[in-house]
Every structure is written in C-alpha cells, then in structure tokens.
Design a protein around this ligand. Structure first.
Ligand SMILES: N[C@@H](CCC(=O)N[C@@H](CS)C(=O)NCC(=O)O)C(=O)O
Length: 208
C-alpha cells in the first residue's frame, strides 16, 4: 500500500502513528507530497478530488481518503487488538474522541490561515479568535474527560498527533492549567510510534 503523506500534516501523521501502533507500518510506502488550496498538487487531485492528504492507495489500486476512513480501513486489516473497539459503547467513545481531535486540528488550520497564511490585509482577527475559542473549549473538556488508564485507541492517537501539531505550529499553549492532559500527552509523545514520525517542514502556499 502507498500512503500519500505530508511531514507536517496532523492527519497524515495520525494514519502513520496508527499503523505503527498496529505493527503494520512496514506495509506502507510513505510518499511525501506538498499540497495547499493555493498550491495545487495534481498527483494528489488525481486520487482525491478534495486535493488533500493523507490518501491511501490500497493494494488493488483503490484510493482511500480521509484519515478517519484510512484508519478504519487499516484497523480492519490488522489482526491485533482493534484501535477502534468493536464494543459499541467503547467504539463511540473512541470515535467521539477522534472527532474532537479532528475538530481541534481543523480549527488550528483555520487559526493559521487568519494568523499567518493569508495575506496580511485579508486576515480577520475575530475569525482567528473564534476558531481559537473552539480549541480552548475542546482542551478544557478533554482535561476533564481524559482517561489515562485505558489501552491506547484511535482517539488517543488522533489527540496526540493533533496536539503535537498545535505545539509544533505554536497555535495555542494547551498545557498551562491542564495538568492531566499535559502529563498524558508527555507520556504519549514518548511512544515509539510518535518518535518515529516527528513533524517537520514548512507549509507551502502559492503567492497571492
Ligand atoms: N479531514 C481530512 C483533512 C485532511 C487535510 O486537511 N489535509 C491537509 C494537510 S494537513 C491538506 O491536504 N490540505 C490541502 C488542502 O486543503 O488543499 C483528513 O482527516 O484526512
């Protein structure tokens, strides 16, 4: 299988960390791509009409996106303990946690557009702050809810990869005032799956 990847994408990293946690990462050929709504990547568009990574090209040539779908697909392939539990209650807790993490990443990208990616004259501080409020509220809920004893699931992977991106891009300092989340995060970042997939690189947008 081939994974179209970006070294600074929280979503792409989520897939790769999940593959490491499943022990199937060696089945993936990771191919780096840069893509942005303002810098079209035709190879990505040919496989995903949304122009986004990650994309997984399955062994039969079928192209899967987005990261949630790819993770579910890989979890279905693997023989070990499932990262998306089969038990209904646990399953929806995991999927909800993943949705919250995805929402933080989405809002973080929106913050970056308003804070640095958009030409300065087109930035709207109130929109940046509105997206930031979502990140703050989500982190507050996670501080209350996080279960530090449970076995690792896809919700944890989504959260850790999102927060490490939030930290990497200096979007928001989520640690102050959130001791439970901070210590969980530090422990998760020491996992081999995280150490093998560190974020790097700059976003490339076209020139206005
Ligand atoms: N919901 C998608 C989001 C993917 C996404 O936004 N990827 C970014 C990289 S971080 C991208 O490819 N952006 C290019 C674009 O928006 O055109 C997923 O979970 O895979």
């Amino acid at each position: 299988m081939k994974l179209l990847y970006q070294t600074h994408s929280p979503y792409a990293r989520k897939v790769l960390v999940a593959a490491h946690e499943m022990g199937i990462h060696e089945q993936l050929e990771v191919i780096h791509h840069e893509t942005s709504p303002t810098l079209r990547n035709d190879e990505v568009f040919a496989l995903n009409p949304l122009g986004k990574v990650p994309v997984l090209i399955c062994d039969d040539g079928f192209a899967l996106f987005d990261s949630n779908v790819i993770c579910e697909y890989l979890d279905g392939l693997q023989q070990g303990r499932k990262l998306i539990p089969l038990d209904k209650k646990a399953r929806y807790r995991t999927l909800r946690a993943q949705a919250l993490a995805q929402g933080i990443a989405d809002a973080g990208i929106d913050v970056r557009w308003e804070a640095e990616r958009r030409p300065e004259s087109l930035r709207w501080p109130a929109l940046r702050d509105g997206h930031l409020q979502k990140i703050i509220a989500a982190c507050d809920v996670i501080e209350q809810e996080i279960d530090t004893e449970r076995a690792v699931d896809l919700g944890d992977i989504a959260l850790a990869t999102t927060l490490s991106w939030i930290e990497f891009r200096n979007v928001y300092a989520f640690k102050p005032g959130r001791p439970r989340l901070s210590s969980w995060y530090e422990r998760f970042c020491a996992r081999p799956s995280m150490l093998a997939t560190t974020l790097c690189g700059e976003t490339r947008d076209g020139t206005p």
